[in-house]
Design a binder for this molecule. Structure first.
Ligand SMILES: Cc1ncc(COP(=O)(O)O)c(C=O)c1O
Length: 283
């Protein structure tokens, strides 16, 4: 597989960084995951805007202008042998003598790879997925897409240990998000989404879902969601770049929301599929 590292395209086996890279030592960096359908990035400007926001949040200068990112990403996409891809891009503060404070002269490390986009199974789409719940034990800047992901890693492993795809988390009795997805609920036909504050990642798929709901005339509220509301909701959805929108049908080992995706989910699923790039010529 061809990857991009600091200005060069090269086979992944030849991509090398320093063991002193601050990404390795401190998790001092940010990332993006851009879904690519039929070789066309989905909502790339929004991903680049979020990258800028994350870089600002950790006080790291953006090494590229958006037009440069676009060129590099498109170049990497054309070098892969598959059409549907997940472009992972990461910027760290670079290699420097180990010291917590920012180095004065480090050059950011830019690494990009593109893997096949995971294929969602019919079973996941039509039958929904299982989640478990847990207390959100992460830090208070979950709005930054940093590579310091240990809290998310542990939450995701908790899901795997319990045969679930995700761990849905609550902080002080309120729904936040899942280990690698946003969480939305439906009550009485209204989609309810937790606000984009410092406790959740501002998901690009979350935004897409809300936009599609507005365009499609589906009732929508953005407000804090209590744990009790979430657990009693008519529907619960996960949204992410690799999951699109999936319905939760098992929660903590018990059937949830009637054990099958709800009517509002099915409408959203149709809207979402219609919003994806269709053909190579559609760019
Ligand atoms: C913690 C967390 N929340 C939400 C999301 C969903 O974000 P997006 O829709 O931009 O993929 C992700 C994606 O990886 C995530 O890691």
């Amino acid at each position: 597989m061809t990857v991009y590292l600091n200005g060069k395209f090269l086979p992944i086996d030849e991509a090398r960084i320093s063991v002193l890279d601050r990404g390795v030592i401190y998790g001092d960096g940010v990332y993006e995951l851009v879904p690519v359908y039929r070789r066309q990035p989905y909502r790339l400007p929004q991903h680049l805007a979020r990258l800028q926001r994350s870089l600002d949040g950790i006080r790291l200068a953006n090494p590229h202008r958006d037009s440069e990112w676009e060129t590099i990403i498109h170049d990497l996409i054309t070098r892969q042998p598959f059409d549907d891809q997940g472009v992972y891009l990461q910027v760290t503060r670079g290699a420097a003598k180990r010291d917590h404070a920012f180095p004065l002269d480090a050059v950011p490390t830019v690494f990009i790879m593109s893997n096949p986009l995971p294929v969602l199974s019919r079973e996941q789409i039509e039958g929904g997925v299982a989640v478990v719940t847990a207390v959100d034990e992460r830090w208070l800047r979950c709005d930054l897409k940093t590579i310091s992901l240990l809290g998310n890693v542990l939450a995701r492993q908790f899901a795997v240990d319990h045969g679930a795809v995700e761990t849905v988390m609550f902080r002080n009795g309120y729904l936040t998000e899942a280990s690698a997805s946003n969480v939305l609920i439906v009550m009485g036909g209204t989609i309810i989404a937790p606000p984009k504050d410092n406790l959740i990642l501002p998901g690009i798929t979350y935004d897409a879902t809300l936009e599609l709901a507005r365009e499609g005339g589906l009732p929508l509220q953005i407000r804090p969601v209590t744990r009790d509301e979430a657990l009693a909701a008519d529907e619960m959805w996960l949204s992410s770049s690799t999951k699109e929108v999936l319905a939760v049908t098992t929660l903590d080992g018990k059937p949830f929301a009637g054990g099958k995706p709800g009517t509002v989910y099915r409408q959203m699923y149709r809207l979402f599929q219609a919003s994806k790039p269709k053909a190579l010529s559609a760019a």
